[in-house]
Design a protein around this ligand. Structure first.
Ligand code: ATP
Ligand code: MG
Length: 322
């Protein structure tokens, strides 16, 4: 287990996180307003970048002082080569990236308005292989924690089962996806952190607090939580009568794209470093807030600065029953 902040710089052992799932090219267009269709809008800016939940999380792990292995899949095409290159340039170990002949690499159109709010259209690629049996599962032996998103469910299931067999802590980014995929993966992870829509799909017709309680009944989970943007994160551990809220750090958002991905990467790194659940939620909230503020993933020094300035550490607020 790595111990951040203890020992001399050169002796610090990095916590390793294996991140499994989506990598896409994000084509980001900045506009004043997203017009309702039919419409024609001139972008104020455009930039391509690496995106995808697990890929953004892996980059966050590295920026925040950990080490990341990325396991995912792309086509052996120009976009796939570029994504591999960018991941490696970020310091992520991308040797577990499957590049499939004849497949097409996923991409997203990301439209960001002047309030920093984003709308995303994702093309999930074509002919990407589903069989995860070539993944280097033995490398979980190096890891302090595992993070999976739901975009390669076969790989996530295999990795979660292998992690559980080893007693390795694991987290799921329970983003919007097919209900059957969420039902398949939620019971297999130790820490399940939903996006708002993910929780609605997993537990339709239930208030969020009860949706989290339902998630906790599906397996030996240590935490079920849901991120709510600038409203913070509602979370619940077994034995808690109610959900609690971890408030967001107040920032002026310029681009909220990837805040959730960075949150999940930071949370899993914190767990790999041995932080407790509440501490990890605070750490992850700071990382998500900085990403939303700057549109860039923060480094560890920036995050520590925000945490150090947060003298107003509210006690855990227990939410009243509606
Ligand atoms: N505008 C914001 N201000 C402060 N913190 C934010 C803001 N947006 C996000 N965060 C932090 O990041 C966390 C995750 O954000 P959010 O709930 O928007 O994720 P998401 O819906 O999964 O989005 P995505 O996956 O596109 O990044 C929040 O719980 C919060 O802690
Ligand atoms: Mg998300």
């Amino acid at each position: 287990m790595a111990s951040w902040g203890s020992g001399r710089e050169g002796e610090r052992k990095k916590a390793v996180v294996v991140c499994v799932g989506q990598v896409v090219t994000d084509h980001t267009f900045r506009v004043d307003e997203v017009e309702p269709p039919p419409s024609k809008t001139t972008a104020r800016g455009y930039a391509p970048s690496v995106g995808g939940m697990a890929a953004n999380a892996a980059i966050a792990v590295v920026r925040l002082g950990g080490a990341a292995l990325f396991w995912g899949r792309v086509g052996r095409d120009e976009a796939g080569e570029e994504l591999r290159h960018v991941l490696e340039a970020e310091g992520v170990d991308a040797s577990g990236l499957v590049m499939a002949e004849g497949a097409r690499t996923p991409l997203s159109a990301v439209i960001v308005d002047k309030r920093g709010e984003r709308s995303i259209v994702t093309y999930r690629g074509e002919r990407l292989p589903t069989d995860p049996s070539a993944l280097p599962l033995e490398r979980l032996a190096e890891a302090g924690a595992l993070l999976c998103d739901p975009r390669w469910p076969e790989a996530a299931e295999l990795a979660f089962r292998a992690a559980r067999a080893r007693g390795l802590a694991s987290a799921l980014d329970a983003e919007k996806s097919e209900e059957r995929v969420l039902r398949q993966l939620v019971p297999l992870a130790d820490h399940v952190i939903f996006a708002k829509t993910g929780l609605t799909i997993f537990a339709p017709n239930l208030p969020p607090e009860e949706g989290l309680a339902r998630a906790l009944t599906t397996g030996p989970l240590a935490l079920a939580a849901v991120t709510l943007g600038e409203k913070g994160t509602d979370w619940r551990c077994p034995g808690m009568e109610r959900a609690a809220t971890r408030p967001a750090f107040p920032v002026e958002a310029t681009n909220t794209t990837g805040a959730g991905d960075v949150f999940h990467g930071a949370y899993t790194l914190a767990i790999a470093e041995g932080q407790g659940v509440e501490e990890a939620l605070r750490f992850a909230s700071a990382a998500g807030a900085l990403r939303a503020r700057d549109g860039r993933t923060p480094d560890r020094a920036m995050l520590e600065e925000l945490l150090a300035g947060d003298t107003d550490q509210p006690p855990v607020r227990t939410r009243r029953k509606a």
